[in-house]
Design a protein around this ligand. Structure first.
Ligand code: XMP
Length: 226
């Protein structure tokens, strides 16, 4: 239903494990997948987090924004391969040789979808990353990654990524809802999925919030394809 990956980032002051369990249970049959990040993993630990998802067969992305030398990123991937995680986010800017290239080979061997960041929603992305957008996308294609992250808050960037990548890459777009991008804008610009966090997870009724987002997404998609 819809093209929504839910970002699970518990706010301060909640029990993170209970918070995640509740939202996972409510949304597991609705979402295309989940994204878990460093703050959550550090708060609850990978073992406990893995327990929450033990029966899940959907897309479970660890948003670790890896940016190390290849050998170390491969170590991280090997650790993740013992869990239910089946997707991982790494930075493309570390380069191909002994970096993303090495990680991409290991990710294929382990059956973990590698997703690289080529642009981000915050303003600082313009300082370095966006100046190298074409190269970051080309590197990602060369490495044969599964997908890339680009911001729904800047649909022009998503369009550029799609034009460069053709159908060689999935595009995942965060920034929908809380950061201001309306649902559907990423998909209309060429993305495959929209990543939505707080607009769903902070709502009093996350299931209703999920359905509202999907409805708006579907309406926007109808408009942009017609
Ligand atoms: P919200 O609550 O803003 O959550 O819907 C968004 C989620 O996506 C992540 N995020 C990004 N990740 N590039 C990324 O790789 C970005 O431009 C970007 N913007 C937001 C954020 O970590 C959160 O989990």
């Amino acid at each position: 239903m819809g093209k929504v990956i839910v970002a699970l980032d518990p706010p301060e002051g909640v029990n993170p494990l209970d918070w995640v369990k509740q939202r996972y249970t409510s949304l597991k049959d609705l979402a295309e997948g989940f994204k878990v990040g460093l703050p959550l993993t550090l708060r609850v630990g990978l073992g406990k987090l893995n327990e929450v998802f033990r029966d899940y067969d959907g897309l479970l992305i660890a948003d670790l924004k890896l940016a190390d030398i290849g050998d170390i990123m491969v170590n991280v991937l090997e650790g993740l391969s013992k869990t239910k995680v089946n997707g991982v986010i790494a930075h493309a800017f570390v380069g191909y040789e002994d970096g993303v290239g090495k990680l991409a080979l290991k990710s294929k061997e382990l059956g973990i979808k590698l997703i690289t960041v080529v642009s981000m929603s915050h303003k600082g992305s313009l300082e370095f990353m966006d100046k190298h957008l074409n190269e970051l996308v080309e590197l990602s294609i060369k490495a044969g990654v599964w997908g890339v992250v680009a911001p729904a808050t800047r649909p022009d960037v998503v369009k550029r990524v799609r034009a460069l990548a053709g159908d060689k890459l999935k595009i995942l777009t965060p920034g929908v809802g809380f950061q201001g991008a309306p649902p559907g804008v990423g998909i209309c610009a060429g993305a495959d999925y929209e990543i939505v966090g707080r607009a769903i997870t902070s709502a009093a009724d996350p299931i209703k919030a999920f359905h509202d987002i999907v409805l708006k997404q579907e309406e926007a998609i109808k408009e942009c394809v017609s």
